[in-house]
Design a protein around this ligand. Structure first.
Ligand code: UN1
Length: 498
């Protein structure tokens, strides 16, 4: 039987977990079991499911440090961010535990007497949720918690790079009271998952697909869901712009650009793509950024560094390939070298042993132009591109021109610039005087264009992903009243003028 072995990216000789690889048949069978369990789960009163979510949330709180330490060990993000990630799971549970007592529908007046109209939210059924390794706890919770709360059953396929975190989370859900067949976790590679999804959709076992990952894979999943007359919930890539106006507080920008650019080693879907600097502050800010990034501590994620290792060797390789897009007209800053940090390609002040893990030099590429491959490619690593603009209109065009539309930020003290940016930017999320990363867990999260098909996670908005509206007409008049035909009208005088 084949297995997945996950290792600690800070020290790849540390094996974190070895788990069996699910086959196509295993995943289809999991969907069959989950489907069989869904009706009874949906029958449970929603407030009682809300209590289960409350219990799950308490257990995440109780195990916050342990789970965060596992996130750092298996995924590599710095411990402070890992704590924040688990907090995001807790926040999501906090939000949805009360939703069990709401899940509001409407009572709507009828156009006819003695008739009442209502709307109800119905669970979609069984969902297959496929998540990525960069946010191995928070992003899955954005799907699992509302899907379960609204009465769906779930087959969860986490990243094969973070199976130990997935297993720990699944155990917390079970300990909190989620029945074993209502949430089933399977670990598989992309090709197996896709084949299983196709088979399970053909067999009528799945009613919803949720996917967080690349635009390329999202396109295929969206197409497959479409063939089955379903719309997938897609949370895809980003090339998130940060626009800095001449009236911005540059110290604030510096903190934001450090965190957005290099937090999680640039592996957030909300990470900073291109920093667009107004020409009047371009050189001044670039010098500040260069100095801050060059002197930042990088290395062991348990030791208060700016960022730790890449998620895995595969992610490091991808980052190294992206460096080939750097052109002679670009200027490169950020470290003593580019690519992998090793004893032979060192970084000053590195914390720990670079050869033990998969670490990358932070890289700033200035002089970015609209024609450059780096302008329109999501890089998903510690690589920030920097460009210059003269007018806000030009900045907005540059910020939209690559076709991604996930997160964005503007730094300014002028409300006019804020509102102009808000209206013009195509991104689903905007930050004003704050980083592109760090969305709160109860605002709509999602993108447009290459970043997503308009689906939104989080807050009340995600309810539309996991429920369908059902309308109810209840006629108690004792006769057939025909809508649009048996109209109640009042006479009026159309010629009346004062
Ligand atoms: C992701 O990278 O897929 O806004 C999610 C943020 C986090 C979530 C990122 N709260 O950066």
């Amino acid at each position: 039987m084949s297995t997945f072995v996950s290792t600690n990216p800070t020290n790849i000789s540390d094996v974190v977990a070895e788990v069996p690889a699910a086959s196509v048949n295993d995943i289809v069978e999991a969907a069959r079991r989950a489907k069989a369990a869904q009706k009874a789960w949906a029958k449970m009163p929603a407030p009682a499911r809300g209590r289960v979510i409350a219990q799950v949330g308490r257990l995440f709180e109780k195990n916050k440090e342990t789970l965060a330490a596992l996130v750092t060990r298996e995924m590599g993000k710095v411990y402070a961010e890992a704590l924040g990630e688990v907090q995001e799971v807790i926040d999501t549970c906090d939000f949805f535990l009360g939703e069990g007592r709401r899940l509001y529908g409407m009572t709507v007046p009828s156009e006819m007497p003695n008739k009442n109209l209502f709307t109800f939210r119905q669970p979609v059924g069984t969902a297959l949720i496929i998540t990525a390794g960069n946010f191995p706890a928070a992003v899955p919770s954005w799907y699992l918690v509302p899907a379960l709360l609204t009465g769906n059953s779930v087959v969860w396929k986490p990243s094969e790079f973070t199976p130990a975190i997935a297993q720990a989370m699944t155990e917390i859900f079970y300990a909190g009271g989620v029945p074993k067949d209502v949430l089933i976790t399977v670990v598989a590679d992309g090709a197996t998952t896709f084949a299983a999804m196709e088979a399970a959709l053909d067999a009528g076992l799945l009613n919803k697909i949720g996917f967080t990952g690349s635009t390329e894979v999202g396109r295929k999943i969206g197409a497959l869901a479409g063939q089955h007359i379903q719309s997938a919930c897609l949370e895809l890539g980003g090339k998130n712009p940060m626009v800095v106006m001449p009236d911005a507080d540059l110290k604030l920008v510096l903190d934001g650009a450090l965190f957005a650019g290099f937090g999680t080693a640039g592996q957030r879907c909300t990470s900073l793509g291109t920093l667009w600097l107004h020409e009047s502050i371009h050189d001044e800010f670039l010098a500040m950024y260069k100095e801050a990034v060059e002197s930042a501590r990088v290395g062991d994620p348990m030791q208060g560094v700016l960022f730790g290792p890449m998620l895995s060797e595969k992610y490091l390789e991808n980052h190294i390939n992206n460096l080939e897009m750097i052109q002679p007209h670009h200027t490169v800053f950020g470290s003593q070298g580019i690519g992998r940090i090793t004893k032979d390609n060192p970084r000053d002040g590195f914390v720990g042993d670079p050869d033990a893990g998969v670490f990358a030099h932070p890289t700033i590429v200035a002089g970015i132009k609209k024609e450059d491959e780096l302008y329109y490619t999501e890089t998903f690593g510690p690589l920030v591109t920097v460009g210059k603009f003269s007018t806000l209109e030009e900045a907005i065009e540059l910020a939209n021109g690559h076709g991604y539309g996930l997160s964005s930020a503007i730094y300014t003290s002028d409300p006019k610039s804020v509102w102009t940016f808000r209206e013009g930017i195509s991104a689903g999320m905007i930050s004003v005087n704050n980083s592109t990363s760090g969305a709160e867990a109860h605002l709509p999260f999602g993108g447009n264009g290459k970043s997503g098909n308009g689906s939104r996670q989080s807050g009340v908005w995600v309810l539309d992903q996991f429920t369908r509206w059902q309308s109810l007409n209840w006629d108690w008049s004792g006769k057939l009243q025909k809508a649009q035909m048996d109209i109640v009208e009042s006479p009026y005088n159309p010629d009346f003028t004062l």
